[in-house]
Design a protein around this ligand. Structure first.
Ligand SMILES: [Mn+2]
Length: 424
């Protein structure tokens, strides 16, 4: 994977200037009454899960352009995920997708241990047909009009739980492509009732210490209606299923300009925020790299999370869910994991007592400035110091390029075909 000496050599180049920048920022924060070491320690403990499919090159409805050394198996993917974590110390767990990642649980566990990773939420796939499958999902899965198709989709989800239980996962994320492309194609209420019936059967199969996540998405692959189209329906589903059912917020699954941080606050208020799929978007579910388009929005989401951090049992899951079409996926994942940590660190810097005072006094401009002051603070030295002290890289992208990892795996992995679209 990545040689310790490579990281040490890369860090030796940057350590002197990092320490100077960290000390200078420490003095600035000290004047604001903030202890930089406390922020650094919290950042060091802030991780985000990688989806196994994220280490492969993604694509669009037009095409996919795989790079050299694409991972061919789940074990290759775990190697790549291990590299991301080794260099950033920010991605301790991997989220598997069944059936794409199906393998013997004992082998998955052994490989994860070898590369220093654990397993995050399991993801079920009933939005495409698999080889040898008895019934098609062309017209839906968990909400299909045919009871046998629904039963097959429920069975697949239960199988995902079984595999996840054997590898130490503690959550299942259901994402379905069910919906309709024409007004009148599906009866909204009956379709939702069928979905709820299937979801109840899956919920009943959850181990006692597991959580169930449902994810809303406005459109795609169905383009007129989707079964869980917005956070309102998502909330109602979680409410109906029970106390271990929660809503997942994918930042790209909303109409343009929707106030996502407010949705986050509402879900927190009603105890139903399960976690996030982090990515960024310009127009729709673009699955661009986290923080690439609107880092202020990401900060505002984390501002809500920090505001709620002291609530008992508050533990939202963090996962990246992106499609890397024009970059080396390992580089995008490293950059995105650091953007998550950056937004978290900036949100920790918000002067909450001052903000509350401004809110009570209806001082809009000073309330806004209080947030902006935290957002404008360059916390890069804090993130880099957290990495250095964990034995990771001060500059993960530079260390990765220096390591020659991609060229090495390109020699031993078969070259990938460009066929097939990307994950959406
Ligand atoms: Mn997602």
């Amino acid at each position: 994977m990545i040689d310790n000496n490579t990281i040490a050599a890369a860090n030796a180049d940057g350590e002197g200037s990092l320490r100077a920048e960290y000390d200078a920022l420490g003095e600035t924060l000290d004047r604001r009454g903030v202890d930089i070491a406390a922020i650094r320690d919290k950042v060091a403990a802030c991780g985000v899960a990688i989806p196994s499919w994220g280490v492969g090159t993604g694509g669009t409805r037009f095409a996919r352009f795989p790079g050299a050394g694409e991972p061919a198996t789940i074990f290759d993917k775990l190697d790549d995920c291990g590299v991301v974590h080794r260099l950033t110390n920010a991605t301790p767990r991997v989220s598997l997708h069944i059936p794409w990642d199906a393998a013997e649980p004992a082998d998955l566990r052994a490989k994860a241990e070898e590369v220093g990773l654990g397993f995050d939420a399991m993801n079920s796939n009933t939005f495409q047909d698999q080889a040898g499958q008895a019934r098609s999902y062309k017209f839906g899965s968990l909400s299909h009009t045919d009871a046998g198709t629904r039963a097959q989709a429920v069975e697949h989800n239960l199988r995902c739980i079984e595999i996840g239980d054997a590898i130490g996962s503690k959550a299942l994320t259901i994402w379905v492509g069910d919906g309709s492309n024409f007004p009148g194609q599906a009866h909204f209420a009956r379709q939702l009732d069928r979905y709820l019936g299937s979801a109840r059967e899956i919920y009943a199969g959850l181990p006692a210490d597991w959580r169930l996540f449902t994810e809303h998405k406005m459109y795609e692959p169905a383009f007129y209606s989707t079964i869980v189209q917005d956070w309102g329906t998502n909330y109602l589903i979680a409410q109906e299923l029970g106390e271990r059912a929660f809503c997942l917020v994918d930042l790209g699954h909303h109409a343009p300009n929707v106030n996502i941080e407010m949705i986050v606050s509402r879900l927190i208020r009603y105890g139903k925020l399960g976690g996030f799929h982090f990515n960024d978007s310009k127009y729709g579910d673009d699955d661009l790299d986290t923080g690439a388009i609107d880092p202020y929005r990401l900060f505002l989401v984390f501002n809500e999370l920090i505001d709620a951090a002291d609530m008992p049992g508050f533990d939202p899951a963090h996962m990246l869910d992106q499609s890397h079409n024009v970059t080396d996926p390992i580089e995008s994942l490293m950059s995105s994991a650091m953007e998550v940590q950056r937004a978290y660190a900036q949100a920790l810097l918000v002067d909450r007592a001052a903000l509350a005072d401004h809110q009570e006094a209806n001082d809009a401009i000073m309330a806004s400035e209080t947030l902006k002051r935290a957002f404008r603070t360059d916390v890069s030295p804090i993130l880099a110091m957290a990495r250095l002290e964990a034995g990771a890289a001060i500059d993960p992208l530079a260390a990765y390029r220096r390591s020659g990892y991609r060229a090495r795996v390109a020699e031993i992995r078969p070259s990938a075909s460009g066929a097939g679209g990307g994950i959406v």
